[in-house]
Structure formats: C-alpha cells, structure tokens
Design a protein around this ligand. Structure first.
Ligand code: MV4
Length: 448
C-alpha cells in the first residue's frame, strides 16, 4: 500500500480523504492556499504545504505547484477529490509521467467522459439507452432544424464539453432553435474553448438518477445502486437520496447493468457516476458520465456499507475490488443535505464569514461530513458548502423524521445557511410523497 498521499483539495472532501487514509495507516500531506491556513484537516495531516495564493487558479488548480508539493513531500499518490483538477486528463497524465499515482481513472477514460458526444456514442455502442437526437456534433443551423423535425420539438442544444448546464438551450420551435443553436455554441466556446454542440429531444420534468460504479484495474466493475439527485437549483444539487423513491428493482438492475456495460467499454477503473434521466413513464436515458468521486457519495456509502474513498485508494494501488456484485446489498434509506453558506431569501447569495457558535448534529442515523468548527471563518474565495448532513434510517419516512431533528440540532451562528430551506422542503407534501423532479425548487422555493 502507499505510505504517503497528497490530498489535492480543500474543505470537507480533504478531511474525508484524510480520514480514509488515517483508517488505512497511510500518511497524509495536506496542501493549502494562503486563504486556507485554518482548514481543519491541516491539523490532522502528517505534513502541510502551502501551494499559492487564495485564487484557485493560483493554488488548487496550479499543476506545477501541486507537482512540486508532491515531490518535496515525497508522496506516492495524489487524491484530487471533486472539482478542481479531479477531471483534468492533463493533470492525471502529468502525475503519471512524474511517477505519482493519480487516484482516479486513466487519462484516456477522463478524456472520453469529458467529451459528452464521445461518451454518448460509446453508450449507444454498448447498448445503453440514450436520448433521441443528433448522433454526433451539429455543424450548422440547417442540420439542427432537420434533426429537430425528425425527433419533434421541444429539443435541447447541449455543449459537448458542457457541465453545470452551461451551453444548454431549450427550443420549442424552429426560430428559437436557430437562436439557441448559435447562443449555445457561443457560450460553450467562451466557457470551455470548445463550441461543439449536439441536439437531443427535451425530456420534460425528468428525474435525475445516477448510478455509482467502481471498477478496478483488472477489468471488474460493480455498481452500488442509484442516487436520486432531482432536487437542484440552477444545476447545483441541494439534496440527494438513495434509493430513488420511484425506482423498482427491475429498472434498478437494468440501469446498473447498463452503467457497467458502459464502464467496461471505456476500460474504466476507480469510482465513477453514470447519469441518467428518468421520465414519467420510468424510461431511462443515459446523459453523461462523471469520472470523479462525487459530493453525494456518502448516501451510497450509507446504504451499501462500502467506503468508496478507501476503494479508490486500493484500486489506484492495483488491488481488486473488495466486493462482488452479489455482495452489494442496499440497506435502508439515506439522504444528504448540502449545508451551504448561502441566503435562500436573497437568491442564494453567498454568505461567508465567521462561525461564532457551532454545534454539530449527532445521534442515531446521523453523519456529519464537515470541516467547520466554532471560530472558523468561511473564506469568500471558494464553493459555499460548509458541510453535508447525511441521514441513514430503515426507510424514507424515518429519514425525514431524523433529518428534521438533526437539522434543528445543527447550530451555525454568524453565517446564513440553507438549513431553514431544508426544514421547509421536508414539510412539503410532494417531497414527503417522493414526488420530485428537477423543477421542484424553482416551483416552490424560489422567492417571487
Ligand atoms: C436534459 C434535460 C432534458 N432533456 N437532457 C442539465 C445539466 C446536464 N447534466 C443535463 N441536464 C439536463 N439534460 C434532455 N435531453 C434536462 C436537464 C436538466 C436537468 C437535469 C438534471 C438535473 C437538473 C436539471 C435541471 C434542468 C435541466
């Protein structure tokens, strides 16, 4: 096993990775920006090293600084966490060429997942259902209109390099498609330096259901069930749960097998997520594949009992998956609440600042993944998530009860958070019934 790992991230995920390393007897090196000297995991790490100024581009995204830190501290591997460089094929390649193990998939698999047109083509080849649309990039507006006539409106123009909903345009008729095609292409070119777009039939009010997979370097791939991530606002997930409240065992098995076929076709190893849209008639369609550990991985850990970060580390070291598919059992129900330093009453405006009073929630069925402590100041430079509350109970109704209690226990004074919003969501009858889709938050919880 590795004797020393560099954690190339910050906040709760850096602490989560450190905890897995400690459990495994692996030494840790924590790197930090000048704005992050007070991060909790720095206190637990075997060594710490500053990698640059506050701006992410100068620190957590600075490949030469990270490689220098890895060389100076003599680590054997780097865990990238999520965000930052986690899905950067170039970084994975640089690590490889410097003889440092990148704890994630191969550079080639990262590249294939990052190109949504390529990923969709591979899905189709693997017999995974995809959304009807253009089989490849759209070159001009005439082609867009021609395909839209075949599949019927509404349609969605999507960026091949897309993420976070950028470079996406819905069109309900031909004039809006022509406008949307050019707008999506310009936005994608600006955001990703890649203006490639493709077209899909627009699925209305879908649920976002994703399958967690893990593969090893010996060709084995296992799925760990699904997460329903339909509760989002502007492509930011707020709450995730497993299992999906409306998924039957047959559809789950079909989605899991589809995800595994795709992962095998991509020679995928490490943790990954295959995203699907689920329509009102329970049809599922592949949309994209994420080649990283995700924020919401704990809900899967709770229902399966598998430590996904530990699996990633073992697999990067060349070991086999610790479980076979038949060993994976889904037990009970789990939900994750993303606690953000944001004000839902003011358009989710970030609310950084000092946490002068802090009490963590605890008790049966409660997991609190967070780097904050009393006296900690949330810096303004990064993501506003201050913690994840994960509830695991025998069924969904009990999860909702325990979540209400834990959210009431959680005390974070000095900053404004999304805690109050979650208490209102838990009291909504549609949410209680599991009747949610990607438009739920905008319909009921966006002021005015
Ligand atoms: C879609 C869709 C409807 N039809 N594709 C949004 C971001 C990207 N991951 C894919 N997204 C969507 N793709 C088709 N063909 C609706 C969305 C979508 C969405 C998906 C998941 C969660 C929230 C969403 C909010 C708006 C749109």
């Amino acid at each position: 096993m590795f004797s020393r790992i560099l954690i190339a991230n910050r906040g709760e995920i850096a602490l989560r990775i450190l905890r897995a390393c400690k459990d495994m007897g692996i030494e840790t090196v924590a790197c930090y920006s000048e704005a992050d000297r007070d991060l909790l995991h720095l206190r637990y790490a075997d060594e710490t090293i500053c990698i640059g100024p506050a701006a992410s581009s100068d620190s957590y995204l600075n490949i030469p600084a990270l490689i220098a830190a890895a060389e100076i501290t003599d680590v054997e591997a780097i865990h990238p966490g999520y965000g930052f460089l986690s899905e950067n094929e170039h970084f994975a390649e640089v690590c490889q060429s410097c003889n440092i193990k990148f704890i994630g998939p191969s550079p080639k698999a990262i590249a294939q997942c990052g190109d949504k047109v390529a990923a969709k083509q591979l899905a189709k080849l693997s017999g995974v259902p995809t959304v009807p649309g253009s089989d490849g990039p759209i070159e001009d507006e005439q082609q867009a209109v021609q395909i839209a006539r075949q599949i019927g409106f509404p349609v969605l123009v999507k960026a091949a390099a897309g993420g976070g909903g950028r470079g996406m345009r819905v069109a309900h008729n031909e004039p809006s498609l022509v406008t949307g095609f050019h707008a999506a292409r310009a936005e994608a070119e600006k955001a990703f330096k890649n203006g490639t777009v493709y077209l899909e039939k627009y699925i209305e009010k879908p649920r976002h259901v994703e399958i967690q997979i893990v593969g090893d370097q010996h060709g084995n791939v296992v799925h760990f069930g699904e997460r329903d991530c339909s509760l989002q606002r502007r492509h930011q997930k707020l709450l995730e749960e497993s299992p999906c409240p409306v998924l039957d065992p047959e559809t789950r098995a079909k989605m899991g097998e589809a995800a595994i076929r795709l992962a095998k076709a991509a020679n995928y190893y490490s943790a990954g997520t295959v995203e699907f849209l689920l329509d009102k008639d329970k049809n599922f369609y592949f949309i994209e594949i994420n080649s990283r550990i995700q924020v919401e991985h704990p809900v899967t850990e709770m229902v399966t009992g598998v430590d996904l970060i530990r699996e990633m580390i073992q697999i990067a070291n060349g070991e086999r998956l610790s479980v076979r598919q038949e060993d994976v059992q889904l037990r009970g129900h789990a939900m994750e609440f993303r606690i953000n330093a944001e004000d839902p009453e003011r358009g989710f405006k970030p609310s950084p600042g000092k946490i002068h009073t802090f009490v963590a929630p605890a008790g049966p069925g409660v997991r609190w993944d967070s780097h904050v402590y009393q006296g900690y100041t949330v810096p303004p430079h990064y993501d506003s998530m201050v913690g994840k509350l994960i509830i695991h109970r025998p069924n969904r109704k009990l999860v909702i009860e325990t979540a209400r209690r834990a959210l009431q226990e959680l005390t974070l004074q000095g900053i404004t958070t999304t805690v109050g919003l979650f208490l209102r969501i838990l009291d909504h009858s549609d949410f209680a019934a599991g009747d949610i889709d990607t438009g739920f938050i905008d319909r009921y919880f966006t002021p005015r």
